[in-house]
Write a protein that binds this ligand. Structure first.
Ligand SMILES: [Zn+2]
Length: 283
């Protein structure tokens, strides 16, 4: 058994065949968590999870890229939507209401993303400030409801580590979470491990991305007991996959690669990472 701890079957890319994809995933003995990126996709993740007795869960949250008006990613939102999405303001109470559904196992994805940043210094400061404030509000929601967090972080690892270190004494609390789609360097890996976080790995470790740290070195530094498997589907399709659109069954390629790097059996990777996900998300 495997658990894809980060997929987006709640996105538009799966709107025509969500049920078939889920059926296929469950038949392959794989469970999944559909992760929200804004209110609409969070709500859809909950609705999907409610249709299944077992193996399908939801995470809800406002992703930092949705705080700005931006061009539509057609795979994420409805195709009939306007060319640009409006910026969403985080509404604590409506997310709280959604989070109280028993299928919701985490607050996420939330975090910092400085990839598409404004050019002027003034705007850049505002942009970062807004992301940090929204992140902390959601972090507080997770604490209030005693839920783990699913963190998204892109070109902002040091700021995220600083925010976590200064705002919360994570080491002293029962608080927990995962840093998903991990792209940090060795030093940052160590810091997230010290903070008690799990590290989420996906198809990125199967690609050769020169701008990122060597995944072999990073994976060797993370104990298997701290690794979670994910696909981030429909994105980050592993090269071995037959279809261009990624999907949860492809999580096995991620497990295979980790087994190869760590020189342990596939079964061991499957067993321990599944246990990790069950513990973190209490499923
Ligand atoms: Zn994601």
């Amino acid at each position: 058994m495997l658990i894809d701890t980060h997929t987006h079957l709640n996105f538009n890319a799966f709107k025509d065949d969500t049920n078939e994809i889920i059926k296929r995933t469950l038949e392959n003995d794989i469970w999944m968590i559909n992760v929200g990126s804004q209110y609409t996709t969070s709500k859809r993740a909950v609705e999907i999870a409610e249709r299944y007795d077992k193996g399908v869960f939801a995470a809800i949250g406002l992703h930092p890229i949705h705080l700005q008006e931006r061009k539509v990613d057609a795979s994420e939102i409805d195709s009939q939507a306007v060319f640009k999405t409006r910026a969403e303001e985080f509404d604590y109470e409506s997310y709280k209401k959604l989070a109280q559904n028993p299928k919701v196992v985490a607050i996420g994805e939330i975090g910092l993303d400085y990839y598409y940043k404004p050019k002027t210094k003034n705007k850049l400061e505002q942009f970062k400030q807004k992301q940090k404030e929204t992140f902390l509000k959601q972090f507080n929601l997770a604490k209030e409801l005693n839920l783990p967090v699913i963190l998204h972080c892109r070109v902002a690892h040091n700021d995220l580590i600083h925010t976590l270190n200064t705002k919360y004494q994570l080491q002293d609390s029962a608080f927990s979470g995962v840093i998903h789609c991990f792209t940090g360097n060795l030093e940052q890996t160590q810091k997230f491990l010290e903070l008690g976080f799990y590290i989420g790995l996906n198809g990125l470790i199967l690609k050769n991305v020169p701008a990122l740290p060597d995944p072999v070195e990073i994976i060797n530094q993370i104990p298997l007991e701290r690794i979670l498997l994910e696909t981030d589907s429909p994105y980050l399709t592993p090269p071995q996959a037959k279809e261009e659109r990624n999907q949860p069954v492809n999580v096995r390629y991620v497990a295979e690669r980790i087994a190869q790097i760590k020189k342990v059996s596939y079964e061991k990777v499957a067993r321990i990472t599944t246990q990790n996900a069950k513990e973190l998300f209490k499923i």
